[in-house]
Write a protein that binds this ligand. Sequence first.
Ligand SMILES: CC(C)(COP(=O)(O)OP(=O)(O)OC[C@H]1O[C@@H](n2cnc3c(N)ncnc32)[C@H](O)[C@@H]1OP(=O)(O)O)[C@@H](O)C(=O)NCCC(=O)NCCS
Length: 154
Amino acid sequence: MRQADATDIPLLAYHRAAMFRDMGKLAPDQADALTRATASYLRTALPGGEYLGWVAQETAAPAAVIGGAGAQIRPILPRPRTGGELELGPEAIILNVYVEVAWRRRGVGEALMRAVLDALVQSGIRRVVLHAAEDGRRLYERLGFVASNEMRLE
Ligand SMILES: CC(C)(COP(=O)(O)OP(=O)(O)OC[C@H]1O[C@@H](n2cnc3c(N)ncnc32)[C@H](O)[C@@H]1OP(=O)(O)O)[C@@H](O)C(=O)NCCC(=O)NCCS
């Protein structure tokens, strides 16, 4: 596992498109546009610290990247937290969790998630949210995530 830098932006953008593809939510003719728009966002957000990314890569040469996961750091309005203190934010939303098919079900996804969560804890972030796809739900539950009261209007 290593933290992604600007040279990884094309890979991170590919991971986002591949994730939506494997979730059955991306029409083939939208893949290029989604990848380009994601790379464009990351060119600002990654150097600026709004987006933090991690990649998993093989230890043996050619050390191909086999997956990735990221977190977007975003402000929240102050809110009460169970236990008394106020939650002042920012919060992190986990995004772009993706492992290449040939490497799935070997713990790579969990290792990526642990790398992201460890870094978030180190930087003092106490509130972490995500939207779970079917493939990831059990992994997130294992890490302690619980379903929330979020609603959506499209
Ligand atoms: C979701 C995703 C990232 C999980 O990646 P992964 O590397 O397979 O994750 P893990 O290996 O850590 O865990 C997956 C399962 O493999 C099991 N596993 C882990 N290591 C294992 C091993 N050595 N042998 C057998 N099973 C193992 C885990 O227990 C887990 O099982 P469960 O889902 O029944 O609880 C991957 O399936 C993926 O990229 N899916 C498509 C994109 C997607 O949906 N992303 C999530 C968006 S929210």
